[in-house]
Every structure is written in C-alpha cells, then in structure tokens.
Design a protein around this ligand. Structure first.
Ligand code: 5GP
Ligand code: ZN
Length: 113
C-alpha cells in the first residue's frame, strides 16, 4: 500500500524505534506514547484493521499475540499491561494498517472508552 504510513515504516522509508522484527511482523515504539511503555505491533502484510481479519489471514494474529507476550516480558511489564486495537472511525483508528497497542509501565485508567 503506497500511501500507508505503517507500510512505509516497514520499508524503512520512515524511521522508527524497533523493539522486535521478524519476517512477518514488526514492533516499534509509538511516537506519541500514552503510557510509559507504548509499543505498536503490526503485520508486514497490509491488513486494514481487525475488520479485515478472515480465515485466510488470521494466522498472523496468533503469531502477533505470541510475540506480544514475549515483548511484554522483555519490557518487564510484569505487573500487567493492556493490548488495544482501534477499528474504524468510532474506534478512533487513525492509521489504517492493523496494529495492536501494548500499553503498560503504570496502573492504567480503569476507563476503557
Ligand atoms: P490508532 O490511533 O490508529 O489506533 O494508532 C495509531 C498510532 O500510531 C498512534 O498511537 C500514533 O501515535 C502512532 N503513530 C502515528 N504516526 C507515527 C509514526 O510516524 N511513528 C510512530 N512510531 N508512531 C506513529
Ligand atoms: Zn500498510
């Protein structure tokens, strides 16, 4: 996707602070952190959002969640953390490439919305 910000980060056209990378996914620090630890985990394949996950592409989600657990452990989020994926306008999604936020490093708000 030519005009997708996260595809540009994957291609290295926009720099990011990488936390983890393999052939399928990339994790990097959010440019505008909402918590002391704020990491985004994305598939290298362009998928628009959770609403585009289907039986043909869902294996990547399982891989992402295995790595989320590993990244959280490596970041010492031993007291817990939150995983969030915003979808569409009502969900507050601003970048239309599937991503999971890992938020932690402090007691997060009890409010979910
Ligand atoms: P969304 O609002 O779509 O759920 O999340 C998009 C996230 O991408 C936001 O938290 C925002 O701060 C982050 N973001 C936007 N542009 C950039 C960028 O150029 N680099 C990085 N590292 N994060 C970005
Ligand atoms: Zn993309």
């Amino acid at each position: 996707m030519d005009n997708c910000l996260f595809c540009k980060i994957i291609k290295g056209e926009i720099t990011s602070t990488k936390v983890y990378e393999d052939s399928e996914i990339l994790a990097f620090r959010d440019i505008n952190p909402q918590a002391p630890t704020h990491i985004l985990v994305i598939p290298k394949q362009h998928i628009g959002s959770v609403s585009e996950i289907n039986e043909n592409n869902s294996a990547i989600v399982s891989h992402i969640f295995v790595k989320i657990a590993e990244i959280a452990a490596k970041e010492n989020l031993t007291n817990g953390y939150r995983v969030v994926s915003n979808v569409g306008e009502d969900g507050g999604q601003t970048v239309h490439h599937l991503h999971f936020h890992i938020l932690g490093g402090e007691k997060l708000s009890e409010k979910m919305s």
